[in-house]
Design a protein around this ligand. Structure first.
Ligand code: ADP
Ligand code: MG
Ligand code: ZN
Length: 627
């Protein structure tokens, strides 16, 4: 695969700009000054005076030009008369008048008195024009194709090049997607086998999945495996620079592709052009261009019918819900391949791929690392291995050890350790109790996973300390109790502050945010409220992979319902709060003990933490409820 680099050539384009400026300035000066310099200065008189002089028979001869009449006065003597000039006005009777008064007249001779200026004024504008054109071409195309490619697709053609070839073996953890794409490779290798039976080869295959799960990588692997021409372009590259260029590019891309069939066109980030045309009318302007591009794409996809050359369009997006429905219609991107985050086995395979590229110590346990990284996408795992290798190298070790992986996970999860940030003693104490609060509540309740580490070393942007809860297994479904327990755990920090210091700090803001969000989702999305029943009060967007982050818009509900929702959310959070308080009160001594210990050590993890947390007692109320 050839990675094409956009060479900006800054010095080059600046030089061209300078040259243009100089030429332009020169042209202006010439045009302004030359006529004055080269033509003799003639006194100007009003037109009315000229007419008077003609009528009085004082004018000997006149040259009538477009923008000037020059005339010579008669003299008694033999000397040449004075030459004057006037600006003509539109006067059809002038020739008649001149003739009547015996004036010798002619059209003005062409301004050839100054052939140099004339020449320049003919030569320079085209030069400037060509210069500007070149300038934009360089900027627009930036590739070896250079000139005339404004509307040419900038698709990079991947042809198999040995050595850098990506194959299906380089992609792991997305087995279903791989199976589907292997079929596509078959279509391309032996189209007849399918068409002979009368099967229609799909035209479009859409890879959908969260960022970093390997969609682009998979497309490259298809190219590598199929051994056919592979045109790759990113959706955002269509919409650029010139209005109308996007549609022209699409046309050109398909033109090129048909000549090279069988082949693959890969459009990365399809959502950049394929956004739904409906429902975003509120974005003022700028839509037409994308719409044209989209329409052209639809037209082209409809254009090549079965029996035609085999061109398969692969596209990738992480926002399938924003795509225009027209794109997903049969005959276009009728196949959708889900490229999801890998599960435990998949993560292990991906880790194996990347760990195979670094030197590993004998104690490395990739399985354990895979277990601790649910939710990581392929790109995160690749990054994780690299972080671990960097850590080992920084500590001047020859091989990457398990401890490096453990630390790399924390880095990726919680941001880099900020050693420079120092808390004062009072703050440190508060943070210690706060974090131990989370840990104790988390340990007492099920649903949040195992408390693996408590730390009061600041990390990342916001967290002053943190409690790391790691799932013991992949979970896809959580029940109501577990969610309630998560809310209680989130409130554990603040509850500890309340109990110990009898006051609240700003440190719990993020906890409260997350607890409230969770409670709201329980009520409005998961239908877990008894009062409100199993209704979804949020308008679900079709599954958005970016998930969690944004709240869906709420369905139109009556005031009473809105009030009830608020009440339920409040109750859930308040119940969680009470639960956390009761757990902490029941374990007050343990809270003190662990907090003191963490103030000394800054971090507690592993065996010693588990021994401490094993002492957590269930509050009486909870025990009664569960047994
Ligand atoms: P996407 O296009 O889905 O956002 P990419 O294909 O660009 O993700 O992935 C970025 C990088 O992460 C890849 O180049 C590869 O190194 C790594 N990666 C992602 N997913 C996988 C996977 N399933 N197997 C192996 N490597 C992966
Ligand atoms: Mg990508
Ligand atoms: Zn907290």
């Amino acid at each position: 695969m050839g990675i094409k680099k956009d060479d900006p050539k800054p010095s080059r384009s600046r030089a061209i700009g300078t040259i243009l400026l100089v030429i332009g300035a020169g042209f202006l000066i010439l045009n302004l000054l030359l006529p004055q310099l080269f033509s003799p200065n003639v006194p100007r008189v009003p037109y009315s005076l000229f007419i008077d002089q003609v009528s009085d028979g004082e004018v000997a001869r006149a040259y009538v030009g477009q923008d000037q009449i020059r005339y010579q006065l008669k003299t008694e003597t033999e000397q040449a008369g004075e030459i004057l000039a006037t600006t003509p006005i539109f006067d059809l009777e002038l020739p008649q008048r001149l003739e009547d008064n015996g004036v010798e007249f002619a059209a003005a001779p062409p301004k050839g008195n100054n052939w140099f200026a004339t020449l320049l004024s003919w030569v320079i504008p085209p030069l400037i024009f060509v210069g500007i054109w070149q300038f934009f071409l360089r900027r627009g195309a930036g590739g070896p194709q250079g000139a005339l490619s404004i509307s040419k697709s900038k698709a990079k053609v991947y042809v198999e090049s040995e050595g850098t070839k990506v194959s299906f073996d380089d992609v792991a953890g997305v087995d279903e997607a791989k199976t589907e794409l292997e079929e596509i490779v078959e279509f391309l290798r032996e189209p007849q086998r399918y068409t002979n039976i009368g099967a229609r080869i799909p035209k479009g295959v859409l890879l959908v999945g969260p960022p970093g799960t390997g969609k682009t990588l998979l497309a490259k692997a298809v190219a590598g495996e199929a051994g056919v021409a592979f045109f790759s372009i990113s959706g955002s590259e269509f919409v650029e620079l010139f209005v109308g260029a996007g549609a022209a590019r699409v046309r050109d891309l398909f033109e090129q592709a048909k000549q090279k069939a069988p082949c693959i066109i890969f459009i990365d980030e399809l959502d950049a052009i394929g956004k739904s045309r409906a429902g975003n009318g509120f974005i003022a302007g700028g839509n037409d261009e994308r719409e044209q591009t989209l329409n052209q794409l639809l037209t082209e996809m409809d254009g090549f019918a079965a029996g035609d050359a085999t061109v398969i369009v692969l596209a990738a997006t992480n926002r399938p819900e924003t795509l225009d429905p027209a794109l997903l219609r049969p005959g276009r991107f009728d196949r959708q391949v889900l490229v999801d985050r890998p599960d435990l086995a998949g993560r292990l395979k991906i880790l194996e791929i990347y760990a195979g590229r670094v030197k590993l110590a004998s104690d490395v346990d990739l399985k354990a690392t895979a277990t601790r990284t649910p939710g990581f996408a392929g790109a995160d795992l690749a990054n994780l291995v690299n972080e671990a290798a960097l850590l080992a190298a920084r500590n001047r070790r020859e091989t990457v050890a398990q401890a490096d992986f453990a630390e790399a996970i924390e880095r990726v999860v919680a941001g880099l350790e900020k050693k420079s940030r120092v808390l004062n003693e009072k703050e440190k104490t508060i943070v210690a109790y706060h974090e131990v609060g989370h840990a104790l509540v988390g340990a007492a309740l099920e649903g949040g996973g195992q408390v693996a580490k408590i730390s009061i070393v600041p990390r990342g942007m916001a967290a002053l300390g943190y409690t790391l809860q790691l799932p013991t297994e992949d979970r896809f479904l959580l029940n109501e109790t577990e969610l309630r327990h998560q809310i209680a755990t989130l409130l554990g920090g603040r509850s500890a502050e309340e109990i110990v210091f009898n006051s609240i700090t700003t440190g719990a803001a993020n906890d409260l945010q997350r607890a409230t969000d969770l409670a709201e989702r329980m009520v409005t999305t998961y239908g877990m409220s008894e009062v409100l029943g199993p209704l979804a009060y949020e308008k679900g967007q079709q599954n958005s992979f970016l998930g969690e982050g944004m709240m869906n818009p709420r369905r139109n509900v009556s005031d009473a319902t809105a009030k009830a929702i608020d009440q339920e959310v409040r109750d859930l959070v308040e119940t969680g709060h009470e639960l956390a308080l009761s757990i902490l009160r029941a374990n007050r001594d343990l809270l003190e003990a662990i907090a003191q210990q963490i103030l000394e050590q800054e971090v507690i993890e592993g065996e010693s933490l588990q021994t401490l947390l094993a002492k957590v007692q269930q509050p009486a109320a909870l025990e009664a409820a569960t047994t």
